[in-house]
Design a protein around this ligand. Structure first.
Ligand code: AP5
Ligand code: MG
Length: 237
């Protein structure tokens, strides 16, 4: 795993990769693979919020009100939480961001925080999937209770039905994967995604990825793209 192998990065150099895509596009699936291959943490605002909900913290209580309706959590909460996470020691070499930024103010706040560290977003990888396939992916998704490892009942099933391959915890469905909430997420969140895509197109780091392919074909393309970055440190299979 990332923590046990030698870094191939130059001292002080960060690699910051943003995974963009609609709900269900496969951001979390790909980020979990990339984090292992690149040796930098997978930082997902949705996972941070779900952990806060489980802990019953003030942030969790507030976030839950928005998440269960399929709406974005307000920037005042989200930006501070994400930037605090990037201050953790394991993110000193960089991070793979999943689900952040979600709108232009979040993208600008991230740029400013990275600029303070002499860094920037190196790549924004936009995984594109048509709407009917997004609905299919979200409706059939199961995640494990303890760590949120992601499965799909048809395209990515666990070895033993209902049990996580990686940690043995039971598989559950996310509260926001109910059909009515899926509909709200897919109609309400796409405009802000377009803002973020435009932002990274303007800064020149955007890459469009065809997400309507098998998981490993997409991983292969993402890794090939990221390998071009100086100091990315992609580990061989
Ligand atoms: P978040 O947890 O980020 O959810 P999301 O963006 O809606 O995305 P998902 O996690 O649903 O999809 P994914 O792209 O990760 O797909 P996955 O890999 O699981 O956010 C949840 C909520 O938190 C938001 O609605 C909001 O309320 C709040 N929030 C989070 N961040 C925020 C922010 N920055 N600002 C404000 N609010 C925020 O894959 C989906 C399924 O497809 C799985 O079953 C998987 O096995 C399958 N699959 C994956 N790839 C493939 C493939 N290539 N072929 C076939 N099946 C595939
Ligand atoms: Mg996800």
């Amino acid at each position: 795993m990332g923590s046990t192998r030698q870094s191939r990065r130059f001292a002080g150099e960060m690699t910051v990769i943003v995974l963009l895509g609609a709900p269900g596009a496969g951001k979390g699936t790909q980020a979990a693979i990339l984090t292992d291959r690149l040796g930098i943490p997978h930082v997902a605002t949705g996972d941070l919020f779900r952990a806060a909900v489980r802990d019953g913290s003030a942030i969790g209580l507030e976030a839950r009100r928005h998440m269960e309706r399929g709406h974005l959590v307000p920037d005042e909460i989200t930006i501070g939480m994400l930037l605090a996470r990037l201050e953790a020691p394991d993110a000193i070499d960089g991070a793979i961001l999943d689900g952040f930024p979600r709108n232009r103010p979040q993208a600008e706040a991230l740029d400013a925080a990275l600029a303070d560290r002499g860094s920037q977003v190196d790549r924004a990888l936009h995984i594109q999937v048509p709407l009917d396939e997004l609905v299919r992916r979200l409706s059939g998704r199961w995640i494990c209770r303890d760590a949120g490892h992601v499965y799909h009942e048809e395209s990515n099933p666990p070895r033993v039905s209902g049990v996580c391959d990686l940690d043995g915890s039971p598989l559950i469905q996310r509260d926001d994967d109910r059909p009515e909430t899926i509909r709200v997420r897919l109609t309400g969140q796409l405009d802000s995604l377009a803002q973020v895509v435009d932002h990274y197109r303007e800064t020149g780091v955007l890459r469009d990825i065809d997400g309507l392919r098998p998981i490993d074909a997409i991983t292969h393309e993402l890794l090939a793209d990221v390998a071009e970055l100086p100091g990315a440190g992609v580990q061989p299979w």
